[in-house]
Design a protein around this ligand. Structure first.
Ligand code: BGC
Length: 436
């Protein structure tokens, strides 16, 4: 599908209009700052299906595995992306955050797939054709299998290989990209260190056994996968990879805001001697500074963490839990946006928040609560420029498999038929009213 100049200009206008000027509606309510982005987010591996050249594909299919289900066909979005974009556009959204998959673009080291890049050109063009500003994630946890086999982000030159991927992908796609982030939740391993269950329980043991099995199967003793590797080694290399990747992306072609998205959960210190400061340092370890030198920060918030003098506390009695087992606590969103404003001071996009639940009324309430949180922040003068719900579709929820449902749209696992849920209309109403 050819993209017209008008479509490109219309998309660019969304960005240019990111000022804090607000208009008044007829009823006197405050209209949203012009250029505000309303959207959904998704990742390549979780939706495309058959990402066979990735590290995750091996980990999901090996014995033992930490994954409840293999990703398999996922939502078949590799083939059905136009249908997904049609749904997003029909909801009145004006942006779409998705991933390009390194394992498809560089399936063997140094061998770049023209066909894979052409595919993403088509996806980008399809976004513009529907008035959806494409927000591209260059890495959303998965890496090519060859990259994991040589040590992933635990070896220093992993940063250079990531930067080369960024450069090659930007060379082909840059002129169509609306915004981009190097990494999704670059600090995810910092969060993992704060959550003790990952370090101690049977799931962690199982994950270690899975990585050992992958190392044996591939005859790669240094096998390292981002979500399961050594947090300290990986963090150092990823900070370098972000800096180099960002420079490669900024070199163009294309001239669009480029940044990073962070997992940002509200940290509440409880009681004397609480370790909230430790939790903050551990969760962000270097990424607040990295975000400060990016064009924007993507805030991604799902809940709060209460921290006492021993570390993470169990959930508070009386606070409802999501199906993920953590608290349904939407006011954490306002808290993390304020934290980002104070400590990072760059334009803020709420690039992810959502709720894993089979109770769609709870999802609708969560969306309303999110909008209220964003509105309060904007009223206080914080430069929040967009809100993207995770996720458009029920998709592959990593180790939890397909049972956990974050989507506005259900996906039949056999036919891939998409069925929007009532909560999709709740987001649509907010987007159409464009009022915060
Ligand atoms: C990740 C997504 C994930 C979502 C819900 C975020 O941490 O970026 O990949 O599906 O949370 O758990």
């Amino acid at each position: 599908m050819a993209i017209t100049r008008r479509q490109l200009v219309a998309s660019a206008g969304l960005l240019a209009g990111g000022s804090t000027a607000v208009a008044r509606t007829k009823r006197g309510a405050r209209a949203t700052p012009s250029g505000f982005l309303w959207g959904t987010a998704i990742s390549a591996h979780q939706s495309e299906g058959n990402n066979t050249a990735s590290d995750s594909w091996l980990l999901e299919t090996i014995t033992p595995t930490a994954f409840k289900d293999p990703s398999g066909d996922a939502c078949d979005s590799f083939a059905r992306y136009a249908e997904d974009l049609d749904i997003a556009a029909s909801l009145g959204l004006n942006c779409y955050r998705f991933g390009i998959e390194w394992a498809r673009i560089e399936p063997a080291q140094g061998m770049f797939s023209q066909a894979a890049l052409d595919h993403y050109v088509r996806v980008l063009e399809a976004c513009h054709a529907r008035g959806l500003l494409p927000i591209v994630t260059y890495n959303h946890f998965t890496v090519p299998l060859w990259f994991a086999m040589r040590g992933g982000f635990e070896v220093a030159d992993g940063a250079d290989l990531f930067a080369r991927f960024c450069e090659r992908a930007t060379a082909r796609l840059g002129s169509l990209i609306g915004m981009a982030s190097t990494f999704n939740e670059a600090n995810i391993l910092g969060l993992r260190k704060v959550l003790p269950r990952f370090a101690s329980d049977a799931a962690a043991e199982n994950a270690r056994a899975m990585i050992a099995a992958a190392a044996r199967r591939t005859n790669a003793p240094r096998f390292s996968s981002m979500l399961f590797g050594d947090p300290d080694k990986i963090n150092t290399v990823m900070l370098d990879a972000h800096a180099k990747g960002l420079a490669a992306i900024k070199a163009g072609p294309g001239s669009f805001p480029a940044g990073v998205t962070l997992t940002m959960q509200e940290i509440q210190g409880v009681g004397p001697g609480n370790r909230a400061a430790w939790a903050e340092e551990t969760m962000y370890s270097g990424w607040i500074e990295a975000a400060r030198s990016s064009d924007f920060v993507g805030v991604q918030t799902y809940s709060r963490l209460r921290i006492n003098d021993r570390g993470l506390m169990p959930s508070e009695p009386g606070v409802p839990l999501t199906d993920m087992g953590y608290e349904n606590y939407p006011s954490a969103i306002g808290a993390t946006i304020r934290y980002a404003a104070k400590h990072i001071g760059r334009p803020i996009y709420l690039t992810e928040t959502g709720i894993g639940t089979t109770d769609d009324a709870a999802r609708a309430a969560f969306i309303d609560a999110t909008v209220a949180e964003v509105a309060k922040c904007i009223a206080d003068g914080i430069p929040v420029k967009g809100y993207l719900y995770w996720s458009l579709l029920d998709n592959f929820e990593w180790t939890s498999g397909y049972a956990k449902q974050f989507g506005l749209v259900a996906v039949d696992r056999r036919t891939f038929k998409r069925t929007p849920k009532p909560s999709a209309q709740v987001l649509a109403r907010h987007a159409r009213a464009n009022r915060l």
